[in-house]
Design a protein around this ligand. Sequence first.
Ligand code: ADP
Length: 170
Amino acid sequence: MFDRIEIIRGDITQIKVDAIVNAANTSLLGGGGVDGAIHRVAGKELYEECKGLKGCPTGSARLTKGYLLPAPFVIHAVGPVWRGGTSNEKALLASAYQSVLNIAVEHKLASLSFPNISTGVYGFPKQEAAGIAVITVINHLDNHQWPQKVVFVCYDEANYLIYQEMLSGL
Ligand code: ADP
């Protein structure tokens, strides 16, 4: 099982997997953080495809092509904004991860890389977000062949240390 999960520190736009995951917002029209970085590298065709999707609710995800990215596909997942923990944030974050995994099953995507959804501008506590991400992914991999491999791409050092500790303790 654990040879199917990897943690790396880096920039998700440079990772060559079947699909990279974007931490998008409900408009799917780009923003700051990892979303801005993905759109900058993918080019304006990604923006055009996203426009046609007409948004995505919080807790869900949508598949597009990757255009100029090394990865052929992008899965745009919308995590929740942290509002103190009493607005269903945990279930919505789990649902965002699960929606991505369901798309990987549907399209038989062998490898996925996730950023740390909602832990930037959206303010979700990093430790708690990592726990939700890891549990959702492990439960899924336990029961499914697809994706064969999941990479957690940590951009900031705090998340990288949290994920390393969490996966070494399993
Ligand atoms: P959100 O609005 O979901 O919080 P952000 O993009 O602000 O989205 O942050 C989500 C996570 O993405 C943060 O942990 C941030 O450090 C990380 N991040 C920012 N740029 C990149 C990048 N190029 N590659 C991977 N992760 C990134």
